[in-house]
Design a protein around this ligand. Structure first.
Ligand SMILES: *Cc1c(COP(=O)(O)O)cnc(C)c1O
Length: 399
């Protein structure tokens, strides 16, 4: 009986074999201790170029003590969804602080950036006469949000404003009930920046609204790290700003910064808000402390960009192709799955962790290592990493 019931899931063996054969079976790397610019990963001390800990806030003393204090003051969890009894004053305080940080009227927090994107697409695009227009390289959570929506979905070629305009100018778009253009602010695999002014101009011209996902721009670009609308001077025009609390902010969560009307609408309609419980209060406290650090300690954003410029320049000088990167996300293009994986493995042995990114996360032929420096990296860390990149890159015939 037991064997028989197990056999009914024997297909998993085939699925796992396929994943393995295609090089897509993921083995988890284990971090010992905290997430730091130099970390212990799988028992080895490595310069960590893989996390989204842009500002090094995962171990900032102000965030640590805020989280600890919140546990004493509020307990460890809420045991409820926001709409029942899972909204504490500290959740509301965080939302007020995010709105101030982003320069918007209002903000609403979700459990993750992923949940936020799903929630917005699903709540706003509710009809087959709605049109969701998305950049080809947008994040998976936007794609899944689109799938859960009722809208017709159109994809424009990456950052291609002619293609975007031809979609907006189509008969279907002109007949649509609502049109939402969605773009990442900073694209997560290439580190290039969305042409937000042109997107917003087209949106205005064709009566569409814009949702920008600043997961990789919040805490990184704009005033005090307020994101791409701030960077481009578009804060008052971009209708919907998405951000994550899981990357530079170093905790967990996502948010929509927008009008009070949108907040009110999301409270009553967003399924992840209605049917999934709220953050532990320590998470809200951590995020509030992080926003305070952004406002009062501008040195971290400055250091991040300084480190990123130095590292990118070093890679280029060594002869590597860093693709279209304009931000701290810096790909090192390889163009072959096996080579990218070997590059990453050899670097790891040498004490540098940079993740190989292969198909289907990026297109075939665009295989790469993806690096993100942190404000917490020292000059010595970066020199060490560059030296190892050059050494392994030469050994593999990449430079
Ligand atoms: C990481 C990321 C998300 C998901 O954010 P989480 O808070 O980790 O769920 C959403 N959008 C983009 C563009 C991202 O890079």
């Amino acid at each position: 009986m037991e064997t028989e019931s197990r056999n009914r899931m024997a297909f998993l063996d085939d699925e796992l074999k396929t994943l393995k054969d295609e090089g897509r079976l993921i083995k988890l790397r284990i971090l010992e201790g905290s997430q730091r610019p130099v970390s212990i990963i799988d028992g080895k001390k490595v310069v960590n170029l893989t996390s989204n800990n842009y500002l090094g806030l995962t171990t900032h003393p102000k965030l640590l003590s805020a989280a600890k204090k919140a546990i004493d003051d509020y307990g460890v969890g809420t045991a409820a969804v926001r709409t029942i009894i899972g909204t504490m004053d500290i959740h509301q305080e965080l939302e007020r602080r995010i709105a101030r940080f982003k320069g918007t009227e209002s903000a609403i927090v979700f459990q993750s950036g992923f949940a936020t994107n799903v929630a917005v697409c699903q709540s706003l695009m509710t009809h087959s006469e709605d049109l969701l227009i998305s950049d080809q390289l947008n994040h998976a959570s936007i794609i899944d949000g689109g799938r859960l929506s009722k809208a017709v979905r159109k994809i424009y070629a990456h950052k291609d404003m002619k293609d975007l305009e031809s979609i907006l100018n189509s008969l279907e778009a002109r007949r649509a009930r609502r049109k939402m253009i969605v773009t990442d602010g900073v694209f997560s695999m290439d580190g290039d920046i969305a042409p937000l002014p042109a997107i917003q101009d087209l949106a205005d011209q064709y009566d569409a609204f814009v949702m920008v996902d600043d997961a990789h721009a919040s805490g990184v670009m704009g005033k005090n790290g307020a994101g791409t609308p701030s960077h481009f001077g578009l804060t008052d025009r971009v209708q919907i700003q998405i951000g994550t609390l899981s990357k530079a902010i170093a905790a967990i969560g996502g948010y929509v910064a927008s009008s009070e009307a949108l907040r009110e609408y999301m409270v009553s309609t967003a399924r992840p808000f209605l049917f999934s419980s709220s953050h532990p209060p320590s998470v809200s406290a951590t995020c509030i402390a992080a926003l305070e650090v952004l406002e009062t300690e501008p040195q971290w954003v400055e250091k991040l960009w300084k480190n990123a410029a130095f590292f990118k320049e070093g890679l280029k000088k060594a002869g590597f192709d860093t693709g279209a990167s304009e931000t701290p996300i810096t790909p090192v293009m390889v163009g072959d799955t096996k080579k990218a994986t070997e590059f990453s493995n050899r670097l790891f042995e040498e004490g540098v962790f940079a993740l190989a990114i292969n198909f289907p996360t990026v297109a075939r032929g665009k295989e790469r290592l993806r690096t993100i420096v942190s404000a917490g990296h020292t000059q010595a860390d970066l020199d060490f990493a560059l030296e190892k990149f050059a050494k392994v890159g030469k050994a593999l015939g990449l430079i």
